[in-house]
Write a protein that binds this ligand. Structure first.
Ligand SMILES: [Mg+2]
Length: 132
């Protein structure tokens, strides 16, 4: 089973880094979509089948938390796994996002943390087992 991933981050460099990392992680990646803010992220969700959302918090136009709140109100998007990757250090905010069902990874991240978080979230079956 290939996983279609949506990466939402206002930094193109960060999106590229995340894409590279998940491609190297052994995750069976299907389509990869990118968005530069929460609003573009919601548009991408409307247009494509997405199995996993990786989202930043601090972004212009619509931040990641607002995007998550809107996703939770839409039955089709409510159960899509969400991983937040952010420099955000506030414990309150991290806990609030976790209470909304999201997993949290701090920037800067290691490839292992991304792999382990996705593996823990989606299960072994979406990994090809060839990654180190
Ligand atoms: Mg940002």
């Amino acid at each position: 089973m290939a996983v279609n991933v949506l990466i939402v981050d206002d930094s193109g460099v960060m999106r590229t880094m995340i894409i590279k990392t998940i491609r190297l992680s052994g995750l069976q990646v299907g389509d990869i979509h990118q968005a530069a803010n929460g609003q573009e992220g919601l548009e991408a969700l409307n247009q494509h089948w997405i199995d996993l959302v990786i989202v930043d918090i601090n972004m212009p136009v619509m931040n990641g938390e607002e995007m998550i709140d809107r996703m939770l109100k839409v039955p089709d998007f409510r159960d899509v796994p969400i991983v937040v990757i952010s420099t955000e250090g506030s414990k309150t905010r991290v806990e609030r996002l976790q209470n909304k069902g999201a997993r949290f990874i701090h920037k800067p991240f290691t490839p292992e943390i991304i792999r382990d978080t996705i593996k823990d979230f989606l299960g072994d079956q979406v990994f090809d087992g060839t990654a180190a």
